[in-house]
Design a protein around this ligand. Structure first.
Ligand code: URA
Length: 244
């Protein structure tokens, strides 16, 4: 690697950080151009990021322990959420990822396409991942429940209890160095703590022996961009765990 390559990497990473910071308005970083804010709004399209909305994706793990878990899940009817779903949203990404993101449950777009975080919140998640120098292909992304709760209501306790065993199996298979719980529901499901996200975030928690950092859900950050600087602190903490 030449010194120039290093500088290019740094510039790319800084650009992604600024895009995460200024996208959707709110936390405007000094010196960030209006153009970079506009680019951030367009959503991610480059390789390894959120695909264009008209592309159907039904990703299934190819081989390995994750494929076995997907097979065990089958055409699941273990809880009532199966009744309204279009697709099971199993999870996507690197089966050996050092960093695992966990959301609450699929929304309408995810249900339609079979992949987690492909709507507006997913585009922001892509920028959060890019801000720490990674892409969707480097990390793994899953949810606590794998079928869309009707009208995007919170998953009920019995639905979480039924489905989360498959997430624990995914975690055992991937063995990430760190887990990022996106939002209070994911944090509660994985750590057992019902504290509000504002109190949980910013420190390293434990989830069955795994290091976990909770942060604001990207959907919350879209509504409250002022909280992005906290999310950025959480992402840096995650990166330190991954690299440590
Ligand atoms: N919100 C989530 O928690 N998960 C998704 O997959 C999409 C939106």
């Amino acid at each position: 690697m030449t010194p120039d390559d290093g500088r290019d990497d740094l510039k790319r990473s800084l650009g992604a950080t600024l895009e995460f910071a200024v996208g959707s308005g709110g936390w405007v970083v000094e010196g960030a151009s209006a153009q970079s804010a506009g680019q951030a709004q367009e959503g991610a399209q480059a390789d390894g990021t959120n695909p264009p909305a008209d592309l159907p994706i039904l990703s299934s793990p190819e081989g390995g322990p994750l494929a076995a878990i997907r097979e065990e899940l089958g055409e699941c009817t273990r809880c009532r959420l199966s009744q309204g779903r279009t697709h099971i949203v199993f999870g996507v990404g690197n089966p050996d990822a050092a960093l695992l993101f966990v959301g609450e449950g699929p929304g309408a777009e995810e249900d339609k396409r079979g992949e987690p975080f492909v709507g507006r919140a997913g585009q922001l998640l892509d920028r959060m991942i890019a801000a720490i120098g990674m892409t969707r292909k480097d990390v793994y992304i899953a949810n606590v429940v794998k079928c869309r709760p009707p009208q995007n209501r919170d998953p009920r306790e019995d639905e979480v209890a039924t489905c989360i065993e498959f997430l624990w199996k995914q975690i055992d298979a991937i063995r990430p160095r760190a887990i990022c719980a996106l939002g209070a529901h994911a944090a509660k499901s994985l750590t057992g703590s019902a504290e509000p996200i504002g109190r949980l975030r910013g420190r390293v928690l434990q989830a069955r022996g795994h290091n976990l950092v909770a942060t604001y859900h990207p959907a919350y950050l879209l509504r409250h961009p002022v909280a992005k600087h906290h999310a950025w602190e959480d992402l840096k903490l995650l990166l330190s765990l991954v690299e440590g």
